[in-house]
Ligand binder design. Structure first.
Ligand code: PHE
Length: 453
């Protein structure tokens, strides 16, 4: 992001490509490669996938567009934009909720990113060499339980995120990311090919692509909704914040569709890389948070050049996680600097320390604190469920209501059509979705699974 003459006070993305990279950088991350497979695995596979697609198309894209609309029109952070567009009204509370969600997500995200960094080092050390699926699972289980090592990696990841935000190299990171992410896609394709050519992999493809609706209940619907929101980075204002940096002539509808499409393709690729291998190695798709960490090393073992593949893959995954975590931290930092007038450096360090502190509890919830539970959830699970499955959908619900019902239709039209400079043939359909379909669908899934209706 660079300063722009026409928009003196704010940073701005200078090209459409720059926005796509930043927004896609936010969307594509651990959500696609770590979270999607584990949630799909727990939710029964095929039917979940179909529902997930439906939610991306019908709810995800409209919410993403709404966030861009609010951000670009409000020209402020997630909370400030609401204050700007609805002065004196309680709508800014949506921003408050987003900031709380950002904190929680950053905390548990850094746990998983920490595991990823550990796997970079272990790949270098060739620690998985000669290990079978059982031993790899044991290796992961014993690592996860430790105290010092996972916390250290988690804090290192958090420090990297903080450093990127304050040192102003964010622009640089995005430049790297746009060169590196195609490699991540290429690697996923190669891994997917290896995975589907393993003996006994067919059941994995059936699991992922053959819908079995008999197992679908309200909790599967909620899991798909939460996953769609988490993966697209929507519902907490990350894209309101990024939207405020988008220039007036960029087409918000197109950007939303392109970013969502890229995000979804990568999730599917991750699924095709993981599930055939899960079945081929006799592992359990329902394994939970650790799924990719017990499956992937097995795939690399079966690949020529697997040693290098493994190193490169986990490095790229760490970078993908960083381009997401900076967008999460940015939500908090943009709020602290613009609304509370803190210096950027101070705001970033404070937010990083606070989220890092909460993150320690998430990390330890697999070992030292594993007995601290609520129902089936450990601390990590509580934060993941609350933020992803409750706060993001609730945020998304309020965001579409804001754009569909509170904002003036002419303002919305102005924003999506760039003051009628681009043709919007589908505008009425988009408005209909924003006003009726999206809010009703999100509300039904959310409140039904909570037993409210
Ligand atoms: N979408 C990111 C991922 O898939 C995570 C994220 C969630 C980022 C919410 C911003 C907001 O990894």
């Amino acid at each position: 992001m660079t300063k722009l003459g026409s928009n003196e006070s704010r940073d701005c993305f200078t090209s459409k490509f720059g926005i796509i990279c930043a927004a896609a950088g936010s969307a594509i991350g651990l959500g696609n490669i770590w979270r999607f497979p584990y949630v799909a695995g727990e939710s029964g596979g095929g039917a979940f996938l179909l529902i997930y697609f439906g939610f991306i198309l019908l709810l995800g894209i409209p919410v993403m567009m709404s966030e861009f609309i609010i951000g670009r029109r409000g020209q402020r952070n997630a909370l400030g934009s609401f204050k700007q567009l609805a002065p004196g009204k309680p709508w800014y509370l949506v921003g408050v909720m987003g900031i709380i969600a950002a904190f929680m997500i950053l905390a548990f995200y850094s746990t998983i990113a920490g595991w990823t960094i550990h796997y970079v080092i272990q790949s270098f050390a060739n620690s998985f060499a000669g290990k079978g699926p059982g031993e790899i699972a044991e290796f992961f289980a014993s690592f996860q339980k430790q105290t010092f090592l996972p916390v250290m990696w988690q804090l290192i990841f958090m420090a990297m995120t903080v450093w990127i935000i304050i040192s102003g190299v964010k622009k640089g990171i995005e430049k790297y990311a746009k060169v590196l992410m195609p490699f991540l896609v290429l690697m996923l394709i190669i891994m997917a090919v290896r995975s589907v050519t393993l003996e006994g992999s067919k059941d994995g493809l059936l699991f992922l692509f053959k819908p079995d609706f008999s197992a679908v209940d309200s909790s599967v619907l909620l899991a798909a909704l939460g996953q769609a929101f988490f993966s697209l980075s929507i519902g907490m204002g990350a894209l309101i914040t990024y939207g405020s940096y988008i220039q007036k002539h960029n087409n918000l509808g197109n950007i939303s569709v392109e970013v969502s499409l890229a995000d979804t393709i990568i999730a599917i690729l991750a699924g095709v890389a993981i599930f055939p291998a899960v079945f081929a190695f006799g592992l359990d798709p329902d394994e939970g948070f650790g799924l990719i960490f017990t499956v992937l090393p097995n795939i690399f073992q079966q690949m020529p050049g697997g040693y290098f593949f493994s190193i490169i893959f986990f490095i790229l995954l760490t970078i993908a996680a960083l381009t997401s975590s900076i967008s999460i931290l940015e939500v908090v930092v943009a709020y602290l600097t613009e609304e509370l007038k803190l210096k950027r450096r101070k705001a970033t360090i404070m937010a990083g320390i606070a989220a890092g502190f909460v993150g320690i509890f998430c990390t330890l919830s697999f070992g030292l604190l594993k007995d601290v539970t609520l129902g089936n959830f450990n601390i990590f699970g509580i934060l993941d469920f609350t933020a992803s499955n409750l706060l993001l959908p609730l945020g998304g619900l309020l965001i579409v209501i804001f754009v569909g019902w509170y904002m003036k239709k002419s303002d919305v039209k102005d924003e999506v059509s760039n003051k009628a400079t681009i043709k919007m043939r589908l505008f009425d359909l988009v408005m209909f979705i924003l006003k009726f379909i999206a809010p009703v669908a999100i509300a039904i899934v959310l409140f039904d699974s909570l037993g409210v209706i």
